[in-house]
Design a protein around this ligand. Structure first.
Ligand SMILES: NC(=O)c1ccc[n+]([C@@H]2O[C@H](COP(=O)([O-])OP(=O)(O)OC[C@H]3O[C@@H](n4cnc5c(N)ncnc54)[C@H](OP(=O)(O)O)[C@@H]3O)[C@@H](O)[C@H]2O)c1
Length: 294
């Protein structure tokens, strides 16, 4: 199939393009700055310019595609509420409407586990209580994510389901946990930068990291499995702590800091049984994923 990916120049976007190409699809890398997508063109993607806030450009970029992977977003702490509302909600609205106008029926939305009210210890399945999309302020239970990101990703996913119904689109949504892997300038880069320190103090709290390649492969699998249409899927790994992450990186790199663990006996975990069953989702071990980073 011809698969168009928005946000292809971002961290997960690159992994999505690689996985879709490996799955035998033609990949259209949609980018607001095509210069940044030159490496994707070298991989075999067709690069087209499109900002998700520009309906005409989107419509043109999606023409003749079979599938839209709606991946573009502003991440945590990458903007204020208005900016996130524009990209994470209005951008989803326009992307799905322009997909319909261009004759694209199949859509995969990259959502997030930020759509859940964070619960500690209890594994959250896809029907766990959701973030209140009308919440306007920080609350303590939001310590695990940026509240503006959480509410705009929640609104974006709600809107996608409403539009799928209204426009008769075949929608699947995936909800990754915190994503790590090669080419990540955010979380992974912060962990790797700890290798240059002599001593770090890190909590032992469990965070359900997932490798970008595993998220991308689950999206590619969704396209091969029609039973994924109409479903949302958690994609998260077993919880591991920042202290363990840096210790593992240190072992792999053969250099790094003394890690002083700060006891924080909490863990956030997700039930990924549906993705295991329908998409063959098997998150790789943290050591294997971080070896690729090193
Ligand atoms: N990273 C995580 O831990 C994580 C966890 C759960 C879910 N997710 C979801 O995964 C998706 C990708 O995240 P990421 O970590 O790969 O983020 P990223 O590296 O910041 O990439 C975001 C992409 O969106 C593009 N974008 C932003 N505004 C745009 C606009 N107006 N028009 C077109 N493109 C626009 C960016 O383009 P430029 O390159 O031009 O800036 C970039 O390509 C998002 O939907 C995010 O919510 C991420």
């Amino acid at each position: 199939m011809q698969v168009a990916v928005t946000g292809s120049t971002g961290f997960l976007g690159g992994h999505l393009c690689e996985s879709l190409l490996a799955g035998g699809h033609g990949v259209r890398a949609l980018a607001r700055s095509p210069d940044k997508a030159a490496w994707l063109q070298d991989l075999g993607c067709e690069v087209r310019r499109a900002d998700v806030l520009d309906g005409d450009a989107l419509r043109h970029a999606l023409d003749g595609a079979d599938v839209l992977v709606a991946n573009a977003a502003l991440g945590s702490w990458q903007g204020d509420l208005d900016a996130m509302q524009r990209v994470n909600v209005d951008g989803v609205d326009l992307s799905l409407r322009m997909a319909k106008a261009a004759g694209v029926r199949r859509v995969v939305l990259i959502s997030s586990v930020a759509v859940y009210q964070t619960r500690l210890f209890t594994p959250m399945a896809e029907d766990a209580p959701g973030t209140d999309p009308d919440k306007r302020r920080f609350a303590w239970r939001d310590l695990t994510t940026d509240w503006r990101y959480a509410i705009t990703k929640t609104r974006g996913e709600h809107l996608a389901w409403k539009l799928a119904d209204e426009l008769d689109l075949d929608l699947t949504t995936v909800r990754p946990g915190p994503v790590y892997g090669p080419r990540d300038s955010k979380l992974t880069a912060r962990l790797v930068s700890a290798l240059d320190r002599r001593l770090v103090l890190l909590p032992t709290s469990g965070i359900p990291l997932v490798h970008a390649g595993d998220v991308a492969d689950a999206v590619t699998a969704a396209l091969a499995h029609p039973e994924s249409i109409g479903n949302a899927y958690n994609l998260a790994g077993p919880p591991s702590s920042p202290a363990d992450m840096v210790r593992t990186l240190r072992d792999l790199a053969g250099r790094g800091p003394v890690v002083v663990p700060i006891p924080a006996p909490v863990r956030v975990c997700f039930d990924c049984g549906a993705a295991e069953r329908d998409l063959g989702f098997r998150p790789r071990a943290l050591r294997e994923g971080l070896a690729g980073v090193i």
